[in-house]
Each structure stands twice: as C-alpha cells, then as structure tokens.
Ligand binder design. Structure first.
Ligand code: ATP
Ligand code: MG
Length: 263
C-alpha cells in the first residue's frame, strides 16, 4: 500500500489531524510502557469466511497482558483460543480492533512486516510442532537465527546449545520424521526461544505427549517463567495451568472470565 501523499514531505507539511493522531499514538504507547503492558488488544474481531459461511472466531475481545505474566487460556474446542494466540503474537491480523505488542501496533501491519516482527519478538510453539520436514533438528533451530542475520558458525553453536538444553544433543542430524512426538516438540521449543523473544505463545504444547515428556516441557515453561518471559498458553493441562498468574476462560470467541491466581 503506498504511503499517503504527505509521507515524503517534511513534518511541517503534514495536515494537523494526522499530527494530532501521531501525538495521541505516542502518548498511548508511553502509557502502555508505564503500565508495563506488553500485549494490548482492544475490541478484537476475527472472522473466517468460507463460502457462504462466516465464523466469528474472536468476537470483540479486549485484554491487557503485563511483562512477565504467565497467562493460561482455557476453553472448549472451537472456542477461538488458537485464533486469539495467532492475533496476539502477530501470526494473523484481526478484521477489527487494535493490537500492540511491545509498544508496536501490529494490528494493521502487512504480512511481510509481521513476519519480520515475529522473528525477534514472539516465539510460537504449536500443538503439532510445525517443524520444517526437510531440515534436521539442528537446521530447524538455525533457521530463525539465519533469518535474524546471525553468522553461520554462531547459528550452529547456539542451535547445539539449545538442543542440549532440551536434552537432544544426540539428535542433531535427525529429520523431524525420525524424531518422536515429544522430541519434535522439544526441538520446536528450542526453535521458539532461539532468538530469545520476550513473548512465548504456546498452543496446547503438551496435548499429544506422554507423561514424562509433558513433565519435561512443563519444567521448561517453569524456567521460562523464572527467566521473566511473558508466556501465553492455550492449554487444558492442569499442571501448566498451575504455573499461571492469570487464567482466561474463553468460549464462542469471547472472554467468559479472568481469574488472577496468587502464586
Ligand atoms: N483458517 C480457518 N478458516 C476457517 N475457519 C477457521 C479457521 N481457523 C479457525 N476457524 C474456525 O474458527 C473457530 C475457532 O477456531 P480455533 O482453532 O481458534 O479454536 P480453538 O479454541 O483453538 O479450538 P481447539 O481447542 O479445537 O484447538 C472454529 O469454529 C473454527 O472452525
Ligand atoms: Mg486450537
């Protein structure tokens, strides 16, 4: 989309209304910063249109998440949890409403800018791992590091360290199909934290895993919490929920309740 006709001119050339809006925007960002709000969503609406049907997956949702908070989102299948995570982390854009993520207004960014934004700012962990099937475990972790411009040797060094952190130091050369489900999820977590993003978003990260691996993954989330990461998880896992500072119950695209837990 081309910038408006004034964008190339000097600041003094801008019309008054636009300047006022810019000042308001700066004030608003300052306010978010002063209140330690890392994710701000306001009146978010996300519709999916398939043929003649429109599904309102997120229906006028507003929320504020503070730096370092651990948020658990619960709700039945089809409630809109994944859609909400995708909006908050910049994997998708809302039809209406505005989202600020770390002081950046991401709700009206185009896909290309969102991709760049996500790379350093939000780490996603998916229920189905979403590893790149043609890349080894190590290469999957190196991939976001490469995109962020890290030198090849450093990428490899960091990927090895991260694989060791998730106790997969001996699986570097394995392709995803040669890894168990739990191992794939551990690689996916290593990939999500590779660029050290301040926000981790996870979509039912323990849903398909055995007891032992689930526990291992909960322990990683404990460490991420101690590391003051902001964590937003859609989950039904009671033990993950026990780590949360706040539980959001979600249904039919809406927040039904918010419960603050005193840990
Ligand atoms: N890409 C899409 N295209 C069309 N409709 C979609 C799309 N993604 C989600 N939906 C619809 O939006 C609604 C919310 O879906 P979403 O995946 O966010 O729910 P969820 O709470 O994550 O469910 P689950 O617990 O099963 O993962 C559902 O009714 C779903 O059918
Ligand atoms: Mg989902």
């Amino acid at each position: 989309m081309p910038d408006n006709e004034y964008s190339a001119g000097r600041k003094e050339d801008k019309p008054e209304l636009e300047e006022i809006q810019e000042f308001e925007e700066d004030d608003f960002k300052k306010e978010l910063n002063e209140e330690n709000i890392i994710v701000f969503g306001e009146n978010l609406v996300k519709d999916y249109e398939i043929g003649d049907f429109i599904v309102r997956a997120v229906d006028n949702v507003s929320l504020k998440i503070k730096v370092g908070e651990f948020i658990a989102i619960m709700g039945p299948s089809g409630a809109g949890k994944t859609t909400l995570l995708n909006l908050l982390g910049g994997l998708d854009s809302p039809n209406k409403g505005r989202i600020y993520n770390q002081g950046v207004k991401i709700s009206d960014m185009n896909q290309e800018s969102l991709t760049t934004f996500r790379l350093m700012n939000s780490g996603f962990i998916f229920q189905n791992y979403n590893l790149i099937s043609s890349l080894t475990a190590e290469e999957n972790i190196m991939f976001p590091l490469m995109l962020s411009g890290m030198k090849f040797d450093k990428q490899r060094e960091r990927a090895i360290k991260l694989l060791e952190d998730v106790r997969l130091g001996d699986r570097r050369e394995h392709l995803p199909f040669q890894l168990s489900a739990g191992e794939q999820q551990r690689v996916a977590i290593a990939r999500a934290v590779a660029n050290d993003p301040p926000i981790i978003l996870a979509d039912e990260p323990t849903a398909n895993l055995d007891k032992k691996t689930s526990q291992f993954i909960r322990d990683i989330f404990k460490l991420l919490k101690e590391d003051k990461k902001t964590i937003i998880i859609a989950t039904h896992d009671d033990e993950l929920i026990a780590l949360a500072d706040k539980i959001i119950s979600f249904d039919e695209g809406k927040i039904i309740s918010e419960e603050r837990i005193s840990n």
